[in-house]
Ligand binder design. Structure first.
Ligand SMILES: Nc1ncnc2c1ncn2[C@@H]1O[C@H](COP(=O)(O)OP(=O)(O)O)[C@@H](O)[C@H]1O
Ligand SMILES: N[C@@H](CCC(=O)OP(=O)(O)O)C(=O)O
Length: 268
């Protein structure tokens, strides 16, 4: 028997959306997904929820603008693409959210700013103020500066872990991670047709990581490994995370009504 989900009680919610949910394979906007996302998150704010959106997509949108079909290998080119794509992404969000009278804001962060007390306090004060005003902060990694000295390949461009860092720092009740897949499977479903969806995970161990592989697309970055790391952070903070299919973001309404959707990560 799984846990009672009890997600209707979640008040402060972080929603993370990956590149693969926001853009088509050719790098152009998935307008249906963005429209649904704007509508859904605005509706939740109207219900009294506090919503933070962690949105990837800057590099993918930048690639679409320059008509590139392959993600460049070099970090400076990826950073330049992110700089191009981020403003375009925000322009589209601004337009779509304004249809619902919803105010949004841009918050660009690096993973480490929450490690230092001074910058952490500034970031948390900003989030608290925006949320108290009913504004949705739209967070992305500050890709121009986000190159960790030692291991930029895994640290650069990882909004999965950033979303969990933000969710735990602002004491969110729930992280909803939307991806291009229905949830966490016992093996990579892009490779194995008999892979099975796991509906609930209470503990993450070596075996869980063994089932997680990299991204299936040209645009996604972390694949399942970084999503599991995010889930591990949420569990350690005794918070919940749901991993679900983001092709139709209004799925969040069903998730908050405790429908049996996606994979729930929660401590027993
Ligand atoms: N065990 C697994 N369960 C589900 N998906 C997996 C698994 N292992 C690897 N994957 C891959 O991870 C992909 C999702 O990660 P990613 O492409 O980075 O998405 P996003 O852009 O949403 O961050 C899936 O489409 C799938 O190809
Ligand atoms: N910050 C970068 C990428 C971040 C990232 O984690 O991408 P994804 O795996 O699609 O969630 C961007 O906006 O393109």
């Amino acid at each position: 028997m799984g846990l009672e989900r009890n997600l209707q009680q979640a008040k402060r919610i972080v929603v993370k959306v990956g590149t693969s949910s926001l853009t088509h394979a050719n790098g152009l906007f998935n307008l249906q997904a963005i429209d649904q996302l704007s509508y859904t998150l605005s509706g939740l704010v109207n219900e009294g929820k506090e919503i933070v959106l962690v949105s990837s997509g800057a590099i993918g949108v930048g690639m679409g603008q320059l008509r590139l079909t392959q993600r460049p290998q070099s970090i400076p080119e990826q950073q330049a693409l992110a700089a191009i794509g981020q403003s375009q992404l925000m322009a589209v969000y601004q337009q779509r959210f304004s249809l619902y009278g919803q105010k949004i804001s841009q918050v660009l962060l690096t993973h480490d700013v929450l490690d230092y007390p001074h910058s952490r306090a500034n970031v948390l004060n900003t989030f608290d103020t925006l949320l108290s005003w009913g504004v949705i902060p739209i967070v992305n990694e500050n890709d121009t500066v986000a190159v960790a000295e030692l291991d930029h390949i895994t640290k650069f461009g990882d909004n999965d872990q950033l979303s969990a860092i933000v969710a735990t720092a602002i004491n969110a009740d729930l992280l909803v991670m939307l991806s291009d897949i229905a949830g966490f499977y016992n093996k990579n479903p892009q490779k194995y047709s008999d892979a099975q969806l796991i509906t609930e995970i209470n503990e993450i161990n070596e075996q869980t990581y063994q089932a997680a592989e990299g991204s299936g697309t040209n645009l996604g970055t972390g694949g399942m490994t970084t999503k599991l790391k995010a889930a591990e952070m949420m569990l350690a903070a005794n918070k919940k995370m749901i991993l679900a299919d983001g092709s139709n973001p209004s799925i969040i309404f069903k998730i908050l009504n405790n429908a049996a959707i996606g994979t729930l990560f929660a401590k027993k």
